[in-house]
Write a protein that binds this ligand. Structure first.
Ligand code: GRF
Length: 203
């Protein structure tokens, strides 16, 4: 399968995918990253892609007259790489109707909380502030809501007394990277079906 990965920041989830594919080989893993896109220039995620010799693209909201134009441009830049699966790995923009029309059903996102708890851009901070004893991460298909699509897999992370947001987020990301690598590989190799809110991936 051809993967396009969308990033906004450090790209450690992208790096985990690249490292896994390097170590097991694209054939056995069932997928390879063909391009990396970002919503802004100069992020570490793009540098990781360039180091891996991958094509990159940036699609900045401020460069487009309307949000819909940005959404269309992002869809076109992504489509140019003929992805079978699009992976939003720390991509911090909400894609719009055009992007969903083209990639809905094969667009997965990773979120650093146990959805439906703590959706949105500050899931780690919100969970910590709430005082939960466990939190974690969720890999899900993207639908037209914010972090509301059908859940594929989740991982649990204990919250520690001494945690601050960054310590907890780092611990979540250790689980998240492994979850994402596992899920993307299974979706690519084994296929899947989305039935309402349920995702069926052959065992
Ligand atoms: C990840 O925890 C992702 O779930 C959240 O932001 C983080 C991105 O990390 N949206 P990275 O850019 O993959 O290192």
């Amino acid at each position: 399968a051809r993967l396009v990965v969308l990033v906004s920041g450090s790209g450690t989830n992208l790096q985990a995918l690249l490292d896994e594919i390097d170590s097991v080989g694209a054939e056995r893993y069932g997928a390879r990253v063909v391009a990396v896109g970002a919503d802004r220039a100069g992020v570490a995620g793009l540098e990781r892609a360039e180091r891996a010799g991958l094509p990159t693209f940036t699609c900045q909201v401020k460069d487009h007259p309307t949000r819909a134009d940005w959404d269309r441009a992002l869809a076109e830049a992504t489509a140019a790489h003929r992805p079978d699966l699009v992976v939003s790995a720390g991509f911090m923009k909400i894609v719009g109707p055009e992007f969903l029309a083209r990639f809905g059903g094969r667009l997965v996102n990773t979120h650093p909380a146990l959805l439906p708890s703590f959706p949105g851009a500050h899931g780690v901070r919100d969970a910590l502030a709430y005082g939960v004893k466990v939190t974690g991460c969720t890999v899900h298909f993207v639908d037209d809501g914010v972090d509301t699509g059908p859940i594929i897999a989740q991982g649990v992370v204990e919250v520690r007394e001494e945690d601050d947001e960054s310590a907890l987020h780092e611990r979540i990301k250790e689980v998240e990277r492994r979850l994402l690598v596992d899920v993307v590989g299974r979706l690519a190799r084994d296929g899947y079906r989305i039935e309402g809110r349920k995702v069926r991936v052959p065992a």
